[in-house]
Design a protein around this ligand. Structure first.
Ligand code: FAD
Length: 350
């Protein structure tokens, strides 16, 4: 079956919903296609203890403040899912689930979106499919290790590893938070490519949003690169991380050289035995549905001017990180680029 909409938004997580909010305000006709069966995007699949790194009011989408969570200054992921579910309902956003976009094609004056349940044609497409795609580095001996290997996206709770020897790889937020989660009940080894850089204890998502915005403004003015969030550090010292760090439980070792059947081995021959290795090594944008447009350039990104794809003006990319708008991969940061994308599309279609 073939259907049409002025704008096809691919993704029904926070970025897709923010796009829908602004498209609706501008009177454009659109549909959101979302591969998951339930509202909430990637927030449905995080580990149990994950809390936002900002208070609720600083984690809000356009038009609706996130209500505070009773007893928690920093809401948990379940609270975010409930908020997104309610947001979608409140604004009667036309999200179709589960519908997975398989490929986007140029088709005369339209863009054609092939999905696992039919074809959509749109005069414009907003891709808002998130970054919940695991990245695993190639490390020698990966196939030799006899224990369990998993990525951040598969980790749920420390009880699953109680009493076991666990190696957590990665010096970013996921690595630090999962290491802190495991620090009490497992025999933990935390490894990172470089010494972990904790942000000052009073720096949370509010300051990060400010730093990302200031960087973008400086670059847009042709000024010098302030370094943005990366210049401040890598790890937000959320409460559980702070607590484990202050108890001396979060000491990172350098990255090992290879995996061996019973664990890992450093370049000098030192070994650590392990039952499980958890790879907290990051995520990549989910862009494979855009491959037919042949737009991918450096580092797998698509060249953009703001949110618009430089070589396909009918396509906008939303929520993938600073390259699609400052702090666009955050709840509070996605509103502005969503508005810009909707306004640009309204102009294009006028
Ligand atoms: P997603 O939530 O991933 O939503 C994308 C949707 O698109 C999904 O439902 C997916 O199923 C769907 N989709 C994907 N491919 C297709 C396809 N081909 N066809 C149809 N649908 C598709 N941000 C904050 O503001 N505060 C925080 O504290 C914070 N903590 C974070 C902690 C972690 C561990 C991570 C990984 C991220 C965190 N973020 C945080 C960043 C960000 O807010 C989240 O990653 C958020 O989920 C991104 O929203 P999104 O809508 O861009 O993507």
């Amino acid at each position: 079956m073939t259907r049409t909409a002025q704008v096809v938004v691919i993704g029904g997580g926070q970025a897709g919903l923010a796009a829908g909010y602004h498209l609706r305000r501008l009177g454009l006709e659109f549909v959101n296609l979302d591969a998951r069966t339930e509202p909430g995007g990637a927030w449905q699949h995080t580990w149990d203890s994950l809390h936002l790194f900002s208070p609720a009011a600083y984690s809000s989408l356009p038009g609706r403040l996130m209500p505070p969570q009773t007893g928690e200054e920093h809401p948990d992921a379940a609270h975010v899912v409930a908020y997104l579910r309610e947001y979608e309902k409140r604004y009667e956003l036309p999200v179709r689930r589960p519908v997975r976009a398989l490929g986007v094609y140029r088709d005369g004056g339209l863009l054609r979106v092939e999905t696992d349940s039919g074809t959509w044609h749109g005069r414009a497409v907003i891709s808002a499919t998130g970054t919940w795609r695991p990245f695993l580095p190639a490390v020698p001996g990966g196939g030799d290790f006899a224990g369990q290997q998993l990525h951040t996206v598969e980790y749920r709770r420390p009880q699953d590893f109680a009493g076991r020897r666990v190696i957590v790889v990665g010096g970013g937020n996921s690595g630090a938070q999962i290491a802190a989660d495991l620090a009490y009940d497992t025999e933990l080894t935390w490894v990172a490519r470089r010494p972990p850089r904790f942000l000052a204890d009073d720096v949370d998502g509010r300051a990060l949003f400010g730093a990302a915005t200031a960087r973008r403004r400086a670059l847009d003015r042709g000024g010098t690169d302030t370094g943005g969030v990366a210049a401040l550090g890598d790890i937000v010292a959320v409460e559980p991380v702070r607590e484990a760090r202050d108890r001396g439980l979060l000491k990172a070792s350098p990255m090992f050289a290879r995996l061996v059947p019973g664990g890992v081995e450093w370049a000098d021959g030192t070994r650590a035995e392990a039952d499980a290795v958890i790879w907290c090594t990051g995520f990549r944008p989910a862009l494979s549905h855009l491959a037919p447009l042949r737009l991918r350039g450096r580092r797998g990104h698509i060249a953009t001017a703001g949110t618009r794809a430089v070589d396909e003006p009918r396509l906008h990319l939303l929520g993938y990180g600073d390259w699609t708008g400052p702090a666009s991969a955050t709840l509070i940061g996605v509103g502005r680029p969503a508005r810009e994308a909707a306004c640009a599309i309204a102009g294009l279609l006028a």
